[in-house]
Write a protein that binds this ligand. Structure first.
Ligand SMILES: NC(=O)c1ccc[n+]([C@@H]2O[C@H](COP(=O)([O-])OP(=O)(O)OC[C@H]3O[C@@H](n4cnc5c(N)ncnc54)[C@H](O)[C@@H]3O)[C@@H](O)[C@H]2O)c1
Ligand SMILES: O=c1ccn([C@@H]2O[C@H](COP(=O)(O)OP(=O)(O)O[C@H]3O[C@H](CO)[C@@H](O)[C@H](O)[C@H]3O)[C@@H](O)[C@H]2O)c(=O)[nH]1
Length: 431
């Protein structure tokens, strides 16, 4: 049986892939440069929060090893998955630094034929870069290694579920045999297994994320129009979504898309298009609308506080980029909180999972572990992440603790009727 190395094995994708492949019965070695994450993982502790991850790990732990020795993981495996980060550079292009680092180690340590599977989201040209690195160490494609692209479609917060129940598995490769061997790893899944070229697989991944992002900006554009004409976007989107050709998914208006993927991948796609001489004005508009959406939330809070944020006390509920995750990377909430603080507001925030990470990003941010505490003396409250638990807060107790009555619900979580009845001045998005 194949033994599998996962490089970047402590990240969201790497760890879920490691635990998921172990659950499929494979022996996995999860290798990561982060000593802290590996040290904790060896004790069964993970820095990321994913529903069902710890249970799945406990069930399969005898098949998973953790190490910081990337070279050893390469030597000990027949299939190497690369799941390192591809964060955005300042100009929006994908930073391939981590990919290059692991490709160098693979090239140095490759001792027999292995299949190298890239799971990270990587732009056109990346596979040529990896081939060049391997060639530089005398490694010959087809003899010493083959390359496969197996893009990942999991969502944070539902990562374990999405790994175990994919809607499709995409395998891109120029080598049929290598592609089939990777496809076989996943052949117990009921969903379609798609074999295609690496370039098609790359465009499938970027296309999927760009489409999801476009839907979100589209519904936020409609919400802006709804606000002005006096319509309710939640009703409009519900009924639009009844058309099977449209569907209801990704039509939740609010704060805009965030997180480490949609914005980053959309920017990378726009840049990639430019490199191939195409100016994608449509996709640039999607990004622009998303930035405007964050700004519009700050404007709503300011307007409700007589047009000034200076010395106003604002309580913030939610910092993660979406509910069910503690991830605050590229979270709209983080940008909004920074803008509030820069405008002189006194901000105190609570997130059920994201407090620690947010505190590392914004040093001057006051945090509380108690949602009622952040309301004390507040002129306004802002809901910036749609955690379901917030719906069940005692809103009467909250308003009684506040000095003002403004509630900006940037994610359209609450019912305006119920909240206004409690005495709030409820302000949502597009309603
Ligand atoms: N997060 C998601 O929901 C998601 C979903 C689908 C695809 N992706 C893509 O998957 C890739 C990984 O994303 P992520 O969110 O898991 O990133 P992440 O930042 O959570 O994880 C990356 C891991 O790689 C490790 N690493 C960095 N350099 C390394 C090196 N030289 N050797 C070994 N390990 C190294 C880091 O310590 C980290 O643990 C990205 O390309 C991303 O676009 C992410
Ligand atoms: O109707 C919606 C749906 C989503 N969002 C926001 O859009 C962002 C992305 O949400 P989601 O897609 O659930 O999160 P991710 O975990 O970033 O997953 C996306 O990015 C991953 C990384 O590439 C892909 O693997 C997934 O398929 C893709 O859904 C979040 O800020 C959401 O709050 C909205 O504002 N309105």
């Amino acid at each position: 049986m194949d033994s599998i190395a996962i490089l970047g094995g402590m990240g969201y994708v790497g760890l879920v892939t490691a635990v998921g492949l172990a659950d499929l019965g494979y022996k996995v070695i999860s290798a990561d440069i982060s000593e802290e994450k590996v040290f904790l993982a060896k004790q069964g502790k993970f820095l990321i929060y994913e529903d069902g991850l710890e249970e799945l790990f406990q069930k399969n732990k005898e098949r998973i090893d953790f190490t910081t020795d990337i070279g050893l993981a390469v030597l000990d495996s027949s299939i190497i998955f690369i799941a390192v980060g591809t964060p955005p550079r300042n100009d929006g292009e994908a930073d391939l630094g981590q990919i290059i680092e692991v490709a160098e180690i693979i090239a140095q340590k490759l001792n027999e034929y292995k299949i190298i599977v890239v799971k990270s989201t990587v732009p056109i040209g990346t596979f040529e870069l990896v081939q060049d690195i391997l060639k530089g160490y005398g490694k010959v494609e087809g003899k010493d290694y083959d390359l496969v692209f197996n893009p990942e479609f999991l969502r944070e917060g539902a990562a374990v579920h999405d790994f175990l129940h994919p809607q499709r598995t995409v395998i891109g490769s120029s080598n049929q045999l290598a592609a089939r061997r990777i496809g076989e790893l996943f052949n117990t899944f009921q969903s379609p297994l798609i074999y295609t070229t690496i370039i098609n697989a790359q465009m499938i991944k970027y296309g999927a994320n760009a489409f999801l992002a476009s839907r979100v900006s589209f519904v936020n554009e409609l919400a802006s129009i709804c606000e002005r004409v006096g319509a309710d976007i939640t009703v409009v989107a519900d009924v639009m979504g009844m058309d099977e050709r449209i569907g209801r998914g990704y039509l939740q208006a609010g704060i805009g898309f965030g997180g480490p993927c949609l914005g980053k991948d959309l920017q990378a796609l726009v840049k990639m298009a430019e490199l191939f001489d195409y100016d994608s004005r449509l996709l640039k508009g999607v990004l622009e609308k998303n930035i405007q959406q964050r700004k519009s939330i700050v404007r709503k809070i300011k307007r409700a506080l007589n047009n000034t944020l200076f010395h106003k006390k604002v309580g913030v509920l939610g910092l993660a980029f979406k509910p069910d995750t503690g991830d605050v990377r590229m979270s709209p909430a983080i940008d909004i909180v920074k803008e509030l603080i820069n405008s002189g507001a006194d901000v105190i925030a609570y997130d059920p999972q994201g407090n620690k990470e947010a505190g590392e990003l914004i040093k001057e941010l006051k945090l509380s572990e108690d949602p009622y505490e952040i309301a004390r003396g507040a002129d306004a409250l802002a809901i910036l992440t749609g955690w379901r638990d917030f719906e069940n807060l005692d809103w009467l107790k909250i308003i009684n603790n506040m000095s003002g009555n403004v509630l900006v619900d940037a994610v359209n979580l609450l019912s305006p009727e119920i909240i206004n009845e409690v005495g709030f001045n409820y302000i949502g998005v597009g309603r």
